[in-house]
Design a protein around this ligand. Structure first.
Ligand code: F6P
Length: 551
């Protein structure tokens, strides 16, 4: 079963579509409108340009959009086959065309009894079998029934992985730390830089440490190197190779490589090639999350994912959060020429959320050819970046407010604090709301002067405003909300990728650097190794490195 793109898409490039051209003409009018005008003309704008799903309220009123903009954007979505692509994904069709794979992270959170078929097999029962095995293991570790080789209780979990096998687990652990088992510590090692492993383990007791080696392929240089370092570290203290059984488990799709490494497949938690690495935090890759927050909370997180999946699948596009967010991203990226999107969580627990989103969005939509292999003649995925508020306000917000670039921002906040401390949550949220207000409406020269600022200083103190923002507001950061929030961005990515007609699920762009590094390793290790085929810059750098590496 293979579905790539509807035939119409192959014959009609995006920029030649009538709806796209209409949007372009509409943009010529919109670019001169200020958000102040849009709000002045519609006293109910703040209520009308809002939507809600799975516990998340999206206010998108502070964007450069009118009803007409939305109508045209929604038309583009229809014409680009978004409905068909969503349905194809949920049906298990191979929409990752260049890798000939289904894209079924939605099956990871499908409730028992639902049917999702890939190559003639319903995959949902297998998902639940793995979830049940994970739950049993996680519970044993949490209860202290699973013990280390010398009989000590496991107190430290070190998850080793990189990219999608790391960023999701780190983000989820940090995000849900409030719900975590506090007498255990959780660490994450990803970088092949030895400092990462060394610092993560320097105060740990190997007798009390469990390593979870996470790698979809189980061939990734960084992860395998760190996993070998972990085994050496562990056995150095415990002596006996038998100890590996008690201190290592694997999460992978590749049982052969797991066995080769020395982990018995009875201690392997599997997933499937239809789960992309950056879409895998809710698969067995989330084993560390499950140990930290417990199986029940993990299942609640899956429920949150599923609620957003259902919303995405069934809700008309004009009220569909991921569709609206995806289309707004396209609007700024392709018409306003915005190069980046800032994601600004006003929630300290979400401090790794922007880093997680970087892989999700940029590995997915950083593509320069269409599904048919043609060079695009428009911009694709923007750069995503961000930091928690209020910290960012004291570093880069200056540029967002008064710089020359347009930076659409997603503000994320919660009505309740998990750690109420005096009136600090009101202070935090006042800052969030104030920032979006200031960005939208600014402060005119006249207003600044009326406040007594001398003429010469007034231009420096005035704010043009007209900076667009989305505000995502939820009641409280819970496992459910986190699941819904991640699914919201996952589906927004699909929406954007569908409009751009690119494969949001492959990642060929990571290959070349990996291959060149493999070739270079012996050249760096051996000072006599000839250096054929390098440019003069690279060979000079390698020679210099060789000369000084011994210190
Ligand atoms: O190099 C990029 C990448 O392939 C990501 O897509 C992936 O999440 C990461 O490496 C890790 O891969 P693996 O889980 O196979 O170790």
């Amino acid at each position: 079963m293979m579905v790539t793109t509807p035939a119409t898409m192959r014959t009609s490039p995006l920029t030649a579509r009538p709806a796209w051209m209409a949007l372009d003409a509409h943009y010529q009018k919109m670019r001169h409108l200020h958000l102040r005008q849009l709000f002045a003309h519609d006293s109910r704008r703040g209520e009308r340009f809002a939507a809600e799903a799975a516990g998340i309220y999206l206010d998108y009123s502070k964007n450069h959009v009118t009803d007409e903009t939305l109508r045209l954007l929604l038309q583009v979505a229809e014409d680009c086959g978004l409905r068909e692509r969503i349905d194809a994904m949920f049906r298990g069709e191979k929409i990752n065309a260049t890798e000939q794979r289904a894209v079924l992270h939605v099956a990871l959170r499908a409730p028992k009894g639902e049917r999702i078929v890939v190559d003639g097999v319903d995959v949902v029962p297998a998902v639940h079998t793995v979830l049940d095995r994970m739950a049993a293991f996680a519970q044993q570790v949490r209860d202290g029934q699973w013990r280390g080789y010398t009989g000590k209780r496991i107190r430290h979990v070190v998850s080793i992985g990189i990219g999608g096998s790391d960023l999701g687990p780190v983000m989820a652990y940090e995000a849900l730390r409030y719900y975590s088992q506090r007498d255990m510590s959780f660490r994450f090692v990803s970088n092949v830089d030895g400092t990462d492993f060394t610092e993560a383990t320097r105060d740990l007791d190997p007798e009390e440490t469990l390593f979870i080696v996470c790698s979809k392929t189980f061939t990734t240089l960084e992860t395998l190197t760190n996993a070998h370092a972990a085994r050496t570290w562990c056995l150095h203290r415990l002596g006996d190779a038998q100890a590996v059984r008690k201190h290592f488990v694997a999460v992978s799709t590749n049982s052969e490589e797991v066995t080769k490494f020395g982990i018995d497949t009875s201690q392997m938690f599997g997933f499937w090639d239809w789960v992309g690495g950056r879409y895998s935090m809710d698969s067995a890759i989330g084993l560390s999350t499950m140990i930290a927050i417990g199986p029940e909370n993990f299942r609640a997180m899956l429920d949150g994912f599923h609620a957003m999946d259902e919303h995405f699948r069934t809700t008309p596009f004009e009220r569909n959060l991921p569709v609206l967010m995806g289309l707004l991203a396209v609007w700024y990226n392709n018409f306003f020429e915005a190069q980046t999107v800032a994601v600004l969580p006003y929630e300290q627990y979400l401090k790794r959320f922007p880093a997680y989103l970087q892989q999700l969005t940029m590995e997915s939509n950083g593509k320069h050819v269409t599904l048919d292999g043609d060079r695009v003649d428009y911009q694709t995925g923007p750069v995503y970046w961000g930091e928690p508020g209020t910290n960012g306000q004291h570093s880069f917000y200056q540029l967002v407010h008064q710089g020359t670039r347009l930076i659409p921002c997603d503000f994320i906040g919660f009505c309740q604090s998990l750690n109420p401390l005096g009136h600090q949550h009101d202070l935090l949220m006042a800052n969030l709301f104030a920032q979006t207000e200031a960005l939208a409406f600014g402060k005119t020269l006249d207003e600044v002067k009326a406040g007594g600022t001398p003429d010469w200083l007034a231009p420096h103190r005035s704010f043009e405003g007209n900076r667009p923002t989305n505000t995502l507001l939820a009641e409280r950061l819970t496992p459910e909300t986190l699941g819904a929030l991640v699914a919201l961005y996952e589906h927004s990515v699909l929406t954007q990728g569908t409009i751009w007609n690119i494969d949001s699920f492959d990642q060929w762009g990571v290959e070349l650097g990996k291959a060149l590094a493999q070739r270079m390793i012996p050249e760096l290790e051996n000072a006599d190794e000839p250096l054929p085929g390098h440019d003069s810059s690279t060979s000079t750098l390698i020679r210099r490195y060789r000369r000084f590496k011994a210190g």
